[in-house]
Write a protein that binds this ligand. Structure first.
Ligand code: GCU
Length: 697
């Protein structure tokens, strides 16, 4: 397949059949209304419907679907949140759908809302027209629904073109330049718009010399990229280096309190917004894994972020400031340093010190996108700061798009987690989704009082590249799909999202294919967890590229990701009583729940506790027997996935089928390697045989 025939993902032509065979009217002005009209014109031409473009308010007689701009639909949400400056809050993207006697009307206050309404109708398919009478208003949970690309303009000698990219090269950059032909970016923007993403950062958070120039001499190329995204209601952001005043501006400092430095950023921001009036803002990874930052000048991260925030404030720009700050050069012999503690220790004291247009972007876990981590306590510790939840759609630690791992269930669990309630009930305290969106109960934080600022929304690392399927593994498309949809509505059910994705991606395929997809993907996250690192201990991956098992790979390195296995036991003591104290960073009741091995959930036991191999889990199994059982089960499940897929593989597009089969074979090979290395390691350490006498090497 050439670039131009790359997989259509969830915008398969046939997914437009219901809409395309109807009489459709589009009314209104605005650039995105033009985009809506083009979509409708193409679909009706393809499927024999009829399309007309009218002015708002023109009489419409026999249309079956009307997509029209209208006055504001949603009353502003009344919350006690105080906004004291620019907030980056965007346009009203909501839409209202009414259906009476089969005639469907979509009304939106903005052309962006109209575009979302169009894709909603596409998702519904025939049900949009056949369903019962309806009057529904749909609005996104947050205005900040962002995707971060870790793409390098140049090919980095170690990380390649896309850092942690498993889908080929970048869709934006050729070797050292922005692509002359951006048609692939256009198709990507269309896919993102269809799932509701409205902001994209187009370069790696690790900003190398070549990439830094996007801010200055290559700004013209960013203008071209922004123009493509604009047609789909998406704003562009850039990752910037905190040292830019030195590296690009020739100053001898990037001290945030230096006047010349502040002026340099003011001028840089003015240039960018002059060229791109709807530019979104800057993403900053500072004092993290070697990136420059304010610490070099004895300044705080609030000093650094606020200086940048002031420069972008006149344009309603945002600073996404990442909380991924820790010592990546620690001594493994030093037991007093705990990487998990770092973000909270750095940022909690700064709560309330950040400007209103700073969004603190927090990875979901305290370490690094592991298959299982407790949620970062920073999310709950910053009531006076705008906090964004950062997820990783690219599967760095979850099989690198070789393994079929559907992350929707993990994200859904994260979004529904309640920091102030361990009962598992639907109690009154805020969920993580509430904290990130500022909706509902987030404003009543029971721990620390009222949340003062608007929320920071969502950000995630993209999994897309120039691969013919966009994502390497065709099923990894489902992750990008689910991420976008969960940003729009965090309450959506991940299983239902899988159905939506499958119906749009493989329209018209027999229900057996749908069933097989569920068999392969529904529990795939859990399956991956079973055959990799056990009980929340994390890592055990090969250093550098992070693919495949290496139990001690990081054990004696400076990276702070240790499991401390010896002949008697395993795990990290992060208790307050005898360990690093990390458990105490949680509010009650979780601080107490995590503190005790008898109440700590099994799946996180080794994250919080060092226990003997004979420790009995809440499940009734011992730690070492759990390790053996889960690793054997995990591989058996992959075999079952392969069985389910082989029964339907001839029923789907042979290109897709071939790629999936090839990746499933690799998943089985890799899962088997994980099983055998992990089981053998713990058998040799503990000397305790498997109760069931299975083969361990
Ligand atoms: C991980 C990842 C890096 C990345 C970093 C980040 O550590 O391995 O490649 O740069 O996260 O989030 O900044």
């Amino acid at each position: 397949l050439t670039e131009h025939t790359a997989h259509s993902a969830w915008l398969h032509d046939d997914a437009f059949a219901a809409l395309g065979s109807r009489r459709v009217v589009v009314a209104g002005d605005g650039a995105l209304t033009g985009t809506v009209a083009e979509e409708v014109a193409a679909a009706t031409a393809r499927f024999g419907g009829a399309f007309s473009r009218l002015e708002v308010g023109d009489g419409v007689s026999d249309a079956e679907l009307v997509l029209t701009l209208s006055p504001p639909l949603v009353e502003p949400v009344e919350t006690p949140m105080v906004s004291t400056g620019s907030t980056g809050e965007g346009t009203d993207e909501s839409f209202r759908l009414t259906r009476e006697a089969g005639a469907v009307v979509v009304q939106a206050a903005s052309d962006a809302g109209l575009l979302h309404g169009l894709f909603h109708v596409v998702r519904l398919g025939e049900a949009a027209f056949d369903g019962p009478d309806a009057d529904e208003t749909h609005a996104p949970a947050t205005d900040l629904r962002m995707l971060d690309h870790w793409d390098n303009v140049d090919v980095h000698p170690v990380m390649g073109q896309v850092e942690r990219g498993y889908s080929g090269g970048s869709i934006f950059y050729d070797h050292g330049y922005v692509h002359a032909d951006l048609s692939r970016v256009e198709r990507y923007a269309r896919l993102l718009a269809a799932v509701g993403i409205n902001r994209v950062a187009i370069n790696n958070v690790n900003v190398h010399t070549r990439e830094a120039r996007l801010l200055t001499e290559d700004l013209g190329d960013v203008v071209r990229v922004a123009a493509v995204f604009r047609r789909w209601g998406i704003r562009v952001h850039l990752s910037v280096s905190f040292a830019s005043p030195i590296t690009l501006g020739g100053l001898d400092t990037s001290d945030p309190l230096d006047q010349d430095v502040a002026h340099w950023w003011v001028r840089a921001a003015a240039r960018v917004w002059d060229a791109i009036p709807d530019f979104g803002g800057f993403v900053v990874k500072a004092d993290s894994e070697g990136q420059p930052g304010p610490f070099a000048y004895g300044r705080t991260h609030a000093d650094g972020a606020n200086m940048l925030a002031a420069a972008v404030e006149p344009y309603d720009g945002l600073i996404h400031w990442r909380a991924f700050v820790y010592d990546h050069k620690q001594d493994w012999r030093d037991r007093s340093t705990d990487r998990a503690r770092a973000a909270y220790d750095h940022f909690h004291p700064l709560d309330g010190a950040f400007s209103d247009n700073v969004v603190l972007q927090v990875k979901y876990g305290p370490l690094d996108f592991q298959v299982r981590e407790p949620l970062s306590p920073v999310l709950a510790a910053m009531p006076h700061t705008r906090v964004a939840l950062e997820l990783q759609v690219t599967q760095e630690y979850t099989g690198q798009q070789q393994h079929a791992v559907y992350l929707g269930p993990q994200w859904s669990q994260i979004l529904r987690f309640r920091f102030w309630d361990a009962s598992g009930g639907e109690g009154g305290s805020p969920t993580v989704a509430d904290l990130a969106t500022g909706r509902g109960k987030a404003v009543e934080d029971p721990g620390t009082g009222t949340w003062r600022k608007p929320a920071g929304g969502f950000a995630a690392v993209s999994n897309v590249g120039d691969d013919e399927f966009w994502t390497g593994h065709p099923f990894a498309q489902a992750n990008l799909y689910a991420y976008g949809r969960l940003c729009w509505d965090p309450a959506l059910d991940p299983g239902a999202l899988l159905d939506e994705w499958a119906a749009l991606t493989f329209p018209g395929t027999p229900s057996a294919v749908r069933d097989a997809l569920h068999t392969v993907l529904d529990r795939s996250w859990e399956t991956y967890e079973q055959y990799t690192s056990p009980l929340g201990v994390g890592f055990m991956v090969r250093p550098g590229h992070h693919y495949g098992p290496d139990v001690d790979g990081y054990e004696y390195t400076p990276w702070g990701t240790y499991h401390f296995a010896d002949r008697d036991g395993i795990g990290v003591d992060r208790t307050v009583r005898t360990g690093t104290g990390y458990a105490g960073q949680y509010p009650a009741p979780w601080s107490a729940v995590y503190e005790s091995p008898s109440t700590c959930p099994d799946e996180l036991l080794l994250f919080f506790h060092h226990v003997p191999y004979t420790h009995v889990l809440q499940s009734g199994s011992t730690v070492v027997q759990h390790i053996y059982d889960s690793h054997f089960d995990g591989v058996a499940r992959v075999e079952a996935m392969i069985g389910a897929w082989s029964e339907v593989s001839t029923l789907v597009d042979p290109h897709v089928s071939e790629r999936v089969s090839e990746r499933l074979a690799e998943q089985l090979r890799s899962a088997t390697e994980w099983r055998d290395q992990v089981n053998t390691y713990f058998f040799r350490k503990s000397g305790i045989p498997d109760e069931r006498g299975r083969r361990i090497y």
